[in-house]
Design a binder for this molecule. Sequence first.
Ligand code: ADP
Ligand code: MG
Length: 236
Amino acid sequence: MSGALLHVQNLVAGYGTADILQGVTLEIWPGEMVATVGRNGVGKSTLMKTIIGLLSTRRGSISLKGESITHLRADQRAALGIGYIPQGREIFPELSVEENLMMGETINCAKQSFRYDLVYEYFPILRERRRQVAGTFSGGQQQMLAIGRALVGRPTLLLLDEPSLGIQPSIIQEIGQALLRLNREEELTILLVEQNMRLIEHVAVRAYAMDKGRIVANLTLEMLKDRETLADYLAV
Ligand SMILES: Nc1ncnc2c1ncn2[C@@H]1O[C@H](COP(=O)(O)OP(=O)(O)O)[C@@H](O)[C@H]1O
Ligand SMILES: [Mg+2]
């Protein structure tokens, strides 16, 4: 038996008749923060959607803490402790910040206690502006809200798809800092898709590089700090 928190084996998934993931294998250990990198269209978001269960597994398997979740629905996977933040965040722009956070309760319906205190501790701006309509928030604030919404259910594993997209650099660093603290102080394991080199270097302990639906390299921290190596795997 493997001690991995998440174990994905030979995963095949896609849309319509096309397989996008061509047999992805990866392992995430408890307490790690791991990045997935790769050019646009290689299947990073498809991988995240398949791990949370929004797309079904065609072949291969996914297990969480040694138990297969391959055939569970997305809400069942969430209830087992997987939080998911989609690319583009998908907050509800017409609802208040507080109402958006409450949607995290619905998503993680099996949990007993919800952690608003935790969310507000890591992102104080969400407390200050809890009555404000979320659509008036900047991209960075909306990303904090999307992360907060996932945290409400107290996940053990967070799947985070391109948090830096469309966000100004200073806020990207602030979000990176919050992710590092969550990882260290709350023992939150994080798998994030990211193309922003500074953010990757700042937070990740290693990274999987993807190309054409496959993992083509497992990059160590030293390799991540070498910009040329990393640039080879990122968007051109
Ligand atoms: N809903 C969808 N329906 C059909 N094809 C899709 C859909 N979403 C993504 N794809 C295709 O799957 C491939 C991988 O996309 P995606 O996983 O979003 O890549 P990445 O996140 O690495 O940029 C692309 O060729 C994309 O066009
Ligand atoms: Mg994507």
